[in-house]
Every structure is written in C-alpha cells, then in structure tokens.
Ligand binder design. Structure first.
Ligand code: GLN
Length: 498
C-alpha cells in the first residue's frame, strides 16, 4: 500500500504543487487501493482506471508547464452514480438505467473536470437515492469499511465508504434528506449539504427537486471546503440556482482550525434528543457540546417544535416529487426495455419495463406520491405537508435570531448491521430525523466525526446547521471541533486490511 492514500486532499495538493509526487503516481495509488479492498467494500459501481490515469497524465503535463488549473488539479475524486458523466455509465443504483451512458456532464462534474481532478469512478447508492443504508442498490450493498457486516449509511454509502476506506481522498455526494451527512456520520467522514441552490443540480438525476443538493464527502473539514468552493456558484442551466455566491469557506475552515470559537453562539436543538436516540451516540454528542464550550462558544438550548413533524412532511413531499420525476423512465427514451410476449401495446411495454426495472422502495414511493397528489387528497396530504415545511422554515428563522449555528447528533445510532432494517421502511426512515429539517428549509449542514461509540467502537457524527448562505459558519465551527476532537478515522481502525 502506498502511503500517499493516507494523505488528505489538501496535503496531496501541496505535494503536487511542491513537485513531491505526480498525479499519475497518486491516482495509481488510489486505483491500487480500490483493486485491493473494493471487492470487500463495494463502494464503486464503475471504476475508470484508464480514464483516471489519462486525466492524471494530462494534469502532470499542465503542472510541468506551470499551468495548473486549480489547487486540486491532479487530486483524484469519486462521483456518486446519480450525477451524469459523459462516457461513463450512470445507473442511479437502478436496473432501469443499466448500461446508460449519458451524453452530457452534470455541471459539478464539468467543474471538477475543468479543474483537472481525475475521476476514479462512480459510487454505489440506494436506488435513485432512496434509503439510508445503500442496501436498496440494485447492484448489491456497500459495506462499512470499519466493520464489513455494517451498513455505510445511505443513500450515498458508496461515496462515504470510498473516502473512509482510503480508496479516494474526495467524493461527491447528494443530500435530499441526509444522504451525505448520515453516511458521513456512520463512516467517520465529513459530509456537507450546501445551501439549497448554491451548488448546481444540473445533471443530478432528480429524486426530489425542491430538496436535492450536491455536496462534498471528505476526511477533513478543510478538504470539504476546498471541494465545496470548487463546485459551488451560479449555473444558468439550473433554474433554482442562487445568484448570491457562497464564499469564504476555505478561509473559514482555516480560521476554525485555530480552535477559537469566542463570540460564537451555538444552539443545541432540544427536540433532537431523548427517545429513539442511542445512549452511546448521545454520550459522544454531549462531549462535543462540552468541547464547543471549552473552545469559547456560548452554548444554549434552542427549541424548534415543528421539527417533530419534519419526517411526516418529508415522506409526503419527497414521494410526490419523485413519483413525478420517475415518470420519465418509460422504456421509450432510454434505459431498460422489457417487451412482453404477444402483441404488446406501448403501455404494456412501459408497465413491464417499470415493473422489472424499479426495486421495491422505489415502487413504494411512487405509489405513495401518486396517492398524495391525487385530486381528492392533494389538500389533505401534500398541502398540509407544505404548511409544515413553512413552519420548519419559521423555526429555523427564530432559532437563528438567537444563535449562529445549531447542533445535534447527525444520526440516531451508529452503523447498524446489514439487513437489520431492510424489512422495516419506517425504521429506515427514522435514520434521517435530524438531517431532514435542513432539506425542507434549504439550510446548509455538515456532519463532523465526534469520536467512536463506547459500546461498539463505531463512529458517531455531530451535525452543525447554519442559516441559508451562511455555509462558512459550518466550516469555522466544524474545523474547530475537528481539531479539538482529533482524528477519528484511521486506516488501522478499519476492518479492511491495510
Ligand atoms: N434516507 C433519505 C431517504 O431515503 C434521504 C435520501 C437522500 O438524501 N437522498 O429519502
């Protein structure tokens, strides 16, 4: 194993700038790591060794001429398989898109290409990003590198596991209800959901348009800031893209690294604790809150009463939006086509294709969403859920009149065993209790490793939330916390071999 894979993206960028390594060397080191461990972890659905190495060689040629495109030019990255990539398959973890190679790049993919980051491959995910364990992938689950019989979180378990297993220094994920932050929490990595609209959704195969957001998955807060600044910014191709830029993220992460939080007001969310929260998670969370106080932050308790209805609202709004989004998979334009025997009509083909192409969780949500949107029930369900959404936005507003950032555990438990919640959709949905409110309100959030559980030795995450467009606060407080807690993830703690 090459020691290069142990370095953070920021360290790799420095090493490249100093001429101490080459992009080809470090891309190869990560490809070797993938070859050695991904048979066990299954973080990747597609590995593009050839493409990554040729992008790396091009990066080295640029560096040799002093023409680096970006600080991260030459640092390899993994991309969640819900983001379109020219020339590389994009399946969204679904059989219905098996073999589909998109003719265009998502804007975030274009940005990482334009900055010279070699793409190692596409990462596994719950089908169409529905799930909290990556077990709903049609291509088999990803395993948590800490303990291979545990889930890596979801839906972006592949990106989180790739970064946690040192198969990639950086990854892109997407977060609709927690799919970057919760996998971050259970794999001991850092995951960020940026302010809604501040990172382009163009080329992100939509789960729920009003909730989806692309964001970074990394091993350090600074690395997330570097990647976040690279992928952010206005995009005319995304009609919900904000024109106000989110800036100062790297500076904030560096400032936070000094460990001084004097003058920062932190609110502990009263509603995100108590019943349903594992005691070992709460113990680590409380330690993090004590650390924030020691770093000089002024910590108070804040109440956000509408958060208790967030799950119910989310599981109406999300299915409603996704039932409409997934209507385009009709076997006519692209993807799987199943033609029944006899003389089938176009509708028979659509039915057979959708039946064979979608998994159970996807079908469940399509049925739920179609029902919630049907004319007789629209006001009773979808309309009510939208009202809850407004109340949650109001709760955030009131909370941020009192404090600068909010804090809670990211996930109610550490990584649970594979299979444990697969037959119990509600138990699976409960994993996102703490993460969903930010998606409903469009506010940014980060999950930072808080330590490991005293019970099972598995990582626990702490979530920080900030007001819309104030993502920089997450980096300042997150970096301070990270520095004081010290490294949580190390290769020697993983079950996958060195
Ligand atoms: N686990 C949540 C769900 O199943 C979140 C998914 C996501 O963020 N993509 O909907």
């Amino acid at each position: 194993m090459s020691e290069l894979i142990l370095k953070t993206a920021a360290q790799l960028a420095d090493a490249l700038a100093a001429g101490e390594t080459t992009s080809v060397e470090l891309t190869q080191a990560h490809l070797d790591r993938i070859a050695a461990v991904d048979g066990d972890v299954h973080a990747f659905l597609h590995i593009d060794a050839e493409g990554a190495l040729s992008q790396a060689a091009a990066s080295d040629a640029r560096r040799a001429n002093g023409d680096a495109l970006h600080a991260l030019d030459g640092v390899p990255i993994a991309v969640k398989d819900v983001l379109t990539t020219t020339g590389l398959p994009t399946t969204c973890g679904s059989k219905i898109l098996e073999g589909w190679v998109p003719p265009y790049d998502a804007t975030v993919v274009k940005k990482i290409k334009n900055a010279g980051l070699p793409i190692l491959g596409k990462t596994n995910m719950d089908e169409f990003a529905m799930g909290s364990s990556t077990e709903h992938s049609a291509y088999g689950p990803t395993k948590n590198p800490w303990k291979l019989d545990r889930i890596p979180g979801g839906s972006g378990g592949g990106s989180a596991a790739a970064v946690a297993a040192f198969e990639a220094p950086l990854a892109l994920g997407t977060d609709t209800g927690g799919s970057i932050r919760q996998p971050g929490a259970v794999t001991g990595t850092v995951g960020v959901k940026p302010t809604y609209g501040s990172v382009s959704r163009y080329g992100l195969v939509a789960l729920a348009n009003s909730l989806d957001q692309v964001g970074p998955v990394t091993r350090t807060v600074l690395d997330s800031a570097l990647l976040h600044e690279l992928i952010g910014g206005h995009d005319p191709l995304d009609s919900t893209s904000t024109t106000t830029p989110v800036t100062g993220l790297v500076d904030a992460a560096r400032a936070g690294g000094t460990g001084d939080l004097k003058g920062v007001k932190v609110g502990v969310i009263k509603e995100l604790a108590g019943e349903g929260w594992a005691p070992d998670v709460m113990a680590k969370f409380n330690e993090s809150v004590d650390i924030l106080t020691k770093l000089g932050a002024d910590v108070v308790e804040v109440s956000t009463p509408s958060f208790q209805h967030a799950m119910a609202a989310y599981y109406l709004i999300l299915p409603a939006e996704c039932s409409s989004n997934l209507a385009k998979f009709d076997a006519m334009r692209y993807g799987l086509r199943v033609t029944p025997d006899g003389d089938p009509s176009a509708e028979d083909v659509m039915k057979a294709s959708r039946d064979a192409g979608f998994g159970d969780e996807v079908k469940r949500r399509i049925i739920l969403g179609t029902y919630a949107l049907s004319s007789g029930y629209y006001d009773a369900y979808y309309g009510q859920a939208q009202k809850i959404r407004t109340l949650i936005i109001e709760d955030f507003k009131k909370a941020f009149e009192q404090v600068d950032v909010l804090v809670s555990p990211t996930s109610p438990s550490t990584a649970f065993p594979l299979g444990a919640k697969l037959d119990d959709p509600l138990a699976m949905y409960m994993q996102d209790l703490a993460t969903i409110p930010a998606n409903l309100a469009g506010t940014p959030g980060i999950s930072v490793p808080a330590g490991v559980s005293d019970v099972d030795g598995l990582p626990v995450g702490v979530q920080l939330l900030a007001p819309v467009l104030e993502d920089a606060r997450l980096y300042r407080v997150g970096a301070a916390l990270e520095g004081a807690i010290g490294p949580v993830l190390s290769i020697d703690k993983l079950e996958v071999a060195r």
